[in-house]
Each structure stands twice: as C-alpha cells, then as structure tokens.
Design a protein around this ligand. Structure first.
Ligand code: PLP
Length: 492
C-alpha cells in the first residue's frame, strides 16, 4: 500500500522535453511540496529507490535531488533510519490569503532593490542549526558553558524589573558597549570609546544598517570573490553594485579592486580569516587597502566574525587598530564566540560617524533585547568570555589538526587548505571535472553538510571545491565524515 508521502510524491511530473535537468525538476517538485506544506516536518520520505520508480527517474537522479534538499536543510537524513522532512518545516506551508482578502490579482509595487532581492534569493535556505560534520557556521555548541550562562541569566531575571523589562537604549546597553570596548582593546588591539560601539541584531543587521547609511542605489562595493553570502545579500538588497574582487594567497587583491572600480564607496573584507577561502590578509595589503579607501573617500567594512579564534602564528593587527584616518567600520558578532541564536553583534564606528549612527539607531531601530545584553556584559566582565575564547582557540586548533590528519587519505582527491583561525577551511577538488553541486548533494544524502565554493562567488573562479567546517561536530563525526568523503570521491 502506498504511504501518504508516496502518494503525494507520485504527483511530481517530469517533463523530458524541457531544457532543465531531470534532477533539478525533481528537486523543484519535492521542494514545492515541502514548502507548500504537502509533507509536514518529521514525515518520512520513501527510500530513493522507491521514489525513483514512483516518479520514473533513475536512482542517481533521485539521490541528487534528495541530497540537495538535505544540504539545504529541508530534508534530514538519519543514518539507518531514512530521510525525513526537516522538523523546521512544520507549519511552514506557503501563505494562502484569508478568504475576503484575495487582492486585485496584481503584484504589489515594490522597490527595485526588494524586487532584485526577491529574484536573487527566492530559494529560501535555512541557516545551519545542527552540529554535524562539516557544517561551517556553527561554533562548538557542545563546549558552551551552559551552567554559567544559566546562572547569569537567572540573576538578571531576579533583579530590578525596570532594568530588564522597560524599553532599552536603542544604541545598546551601556554596560555591554563598555565591556565590548574593553574586550576589543585586550584581544584585537582596538582602542575605541564605548560610544563608538553600537549593538545590533547580529552582524547581519550591522551590514544592513551600514549599507542603509552609506550606499545609494548603484554605488559600488568591492566585494571579495568568493565572499560572505550574508553580507552580499544585505548589500544587494540595498541596491548596491557589487564589484567582485579577486582573492589570492594574500587575501583581497587591492590592485584588482582599483582596476575594476577606483570609484568604490565601500570595501567589504574578512581580513583575519577570509570567508570562505581561509586566507589571512597580508600586512602590505592591509596598508594598501587603507590607503586606497582614503584616496577614494571610501569606507571599509572589516568583518571580524571569527578573528578571536586565531591559533596559528601571532595574528596580524586588525584593520581597525591601524586605521588612522577613520576609514574602518568594524563589525563583530557573538554568533561565533557565544552562539548564533543570541542574535547579538556590534559595530565599532569611526569617530566621525558616531553621531550620525546614533541618530539612525534612535530613529529606525528599536534595539535588541536588554536582558541577553546584560548577561553577555556580565559574561565578559566576570572573565568567562576571555576564558571561553581561550578554551575554544585550543579546541578549534585541535579539531583543525584532527581534520588534517584524517583528511590526509583524501590527498588524491582534495587539496585541503590550512587555516590559522576560525573553524572552517576549504578543500579544492583535484579533479576539475567534478561538479560541486552534484558532490554536495551526494554528501548531503550521506548526512554531511558541505557547501560548494561556487555558492560564495559573484563570478565563477577557476578552482572548484567545498567549504568544510571542523568546529561544530564531534571528533568521531569528523573521522567518520572523512571516511564518507573518501567513499564519495571513489564513486564520483
Ligand atoms: C562572514 C560572516 N560574517 C558574519 C557572520 C555572523 O553573522 P550573524 O552575526 O548575523 O550571525 C557569519 C555567519 O556565519 C559569517 O559567515
């Protein structure tokens, strides 16, 4: 007898006369069913062999489509148990207008940048939320000192109600701004006044605020190619023209930026650990970038998302710490040093921008919740933050070593970069004919989260490979993940 899932899936129609690959058609059919709530979170999919025969495609095609949905987080593959619709999809049926509000049938008139964002980002992806090999964006959640966190949280909930329950200061809790300023001084060599620190809902909100303050439609932003996806989306959504600037062994190539867009308004960089290629911006490039920005009357966004976790040689000075002309807008986040669901980040504005930024925050943002800010401020002031960072540096250093030791057996297939900070790196395919998407899908089907380098590119680059996280998963998962990769390479 056919299961409910089997019956729904057999409604997928494959049209072989179309130009579109069969696996993509199947992927889109499955995705539409899941997004429209046809299959709910937790429902089990039939085995790929059954799915393939139900829809009339080969098993490889079914594996491809299912793997892609697993890597995007719509499906979850549990070893030995099968493939399930992700629980996060529960209740995510597409919006159907209530009766009586069907509109006039016309599309709403949106701003050009909203239309552009809708076109570019129509494919809804969920950010990583589960610690498994080789997820990139998550820190080692299992190593987080939850007991201390709970104690500090409880303390604030018991304290003065006005302090934690009334409207907060839109630019951020003063105690947290001061704690961040002193942490940055001690750890990143940045001397700033707490008044320069603005608390945001993660780095992502910081990028939107900065773009909103500085970018008019069509203005140019130098953007590392490949580069950070979240920042890219924020800037594009604000109507910026992103100029793809080459990243080489020394990080962003300033000469390439100057050749392509001498009239840039902003440069977005990840100097301590290039996202995703893992390079460190060399000192001479740092100086050249500061000089170029000064000459063009441009600003630099320094995204120091995981710079606290350096474990190589002595780290280079942050751009902000050597910026004498007020060009650098430094962005930090607690998503890596603490955990991402906190949604806490911050901007350190150049002194010349403080008043304007305070105005923007006061006018447009209602701030982030006070209580978690107070907990983080205590966490820093009582020394737990510095201890946690020191512990995690060793943790990531060790995981990096474990990954490299085990991945030695992949040497025939993959050139794994050495990182000196953070918790992800890249592996380049030795076989240039390998397709990133196909490989990522097959890995997803095997329960591994990988991202193709191509996803991060504004313009294709001449090397192919995958971004590999080593921070979040347990050592044993890294080991078995490498074994799976080994088998996958054997079958590609
Ligand atoms: C390059 C980069 N910057 C910043 C962040 C953090 O963003 P948020 O603070 O919004 O979680 C990430 C998340 O993975 C990232 O990859």
């Amino acid at each position: 007898m056919k299961t409910k899932a089997g019956a729904i899936l057999s409604s997928i129609r494959i049209d072989r006369s179309l130009d579109r690959k069969i696996s993509v058609q199947l992927y889109m059919g499955l995705r539409d069913i899941i997004l429209s709530g046809g299959l709910n979170g937790g429902e089990r999919l039939p085995a790929t062999r059954t799915l393939a025969s139900e829809v009339g495609v080969s098993r490889t095609t079914a594996l491809d489509a299912v793997g892609r949905l697993v890597s995007e987080g719509l499906l979850e593959s549990r070893i030995g148990a099968g493939t399930f619709v992700s629980h996060t999809m529960t209740g995510r049926a597409r919006f159907t207008p209530p009766a009586g509000e069907t509109g006039n049938g016309r599309e709403p008139r949106l701003s050009p940048s909203a239309l552009e964002a809708g076109r570019l980002f129509a494919e809804r992806r969920r950010l990583p939320h589960r610690s498994q090999a080789f997820v990139t964006a998550l820190p080692a959640l299992s190593a987080f000192p939850m007991a201390q966190w709970a104690r500090l949280s409880a303390r604030h909930l018991r304290q003065d109600r006005d302090a934690v329950m009334g409207y907060g200061n839109p630019v951020g809790l003063p105690r947290l701004r001061a704690a961040i300023a002193s942490h940055l001084n001690a750890s990143r060599g940045i001397q700033c006044d707490p008044a320069q620190v603005f608390i945001t809902g993660g780095a992502q909100q910081a990028f939107s605020v900065i773009a909103g303050m500085l970018i008019d439609r069509g203005e140019k932003i130098w953007f590392e190619n490949p580069g950070a996806i979240g920042a890219r989306n924020a800037f594009i959504s604000r109507g910026a023209e992103l100029v793809p600037v080459t990243v080489d062994e020394e990080g962003i190539d300033v000469a390439d930026g100057l050749a392509k867009a001498p009239d840039f308004r902003l440069a977005f960089v990840t100097p301590s650990h290039q996202q995703p290629l893992s390079k460190v911006l060399s000192l001479s490039r740092r100086l050249a970038l500061l000089d170029a920005a000064d000459r063009a009357d441009a600003f630099i966004v320094e995204d120091d998302y995981d710079g606290d976790f350096y474990f190589g040689d002595q780290p280079l000075p942050t751009l902000k710490s050597i910026d004498t002309n007020g060009r650098v807008i430094y962005v930090g986040t607690f998503s890596k040093t603490l955990f991402p669901s906190l949604r806490l980040g911050f901007i350190v504005a150049p002194a010349s921008m403080v008043d304007a930024m305070a105005g923007v925050f006061s006018a447009a943002l209602s701030g982030v919740p006070t209580w978690p800010q107070a907990v983080v401020a205590d966490f820093i002031d009582e020394g737990h933050f510095a201890t946690h960072i020191r512990t995690m540096r060793q943790h990531y250093k060790h995981r990096h070593k474990v990954l490299h030791e085990h991945a030695a057996k992949l040497g025939k297939h993959l050139t794994l970069e050495r990182a000196s900070a953070g918790f992800h790196t890249v592996g380049y395919f030795r076989n240039a004919a390998l397709d990133e998407d196909t490989f990522v899908s097959a890995a997803g089907e095997a329960g591994l989260t990988l991202s193709g380098i191509g996803r991060y590119c504004l313009r294709p680059i001449d090397r192919k490979g995958v971004v590999i996280g080593y921070g979040a998963a347990a050592e044993s998962e890294i080991r078995s993940g490498v074994e799976m990769l080994h088998r996958l390479f054997g079958t590609q």
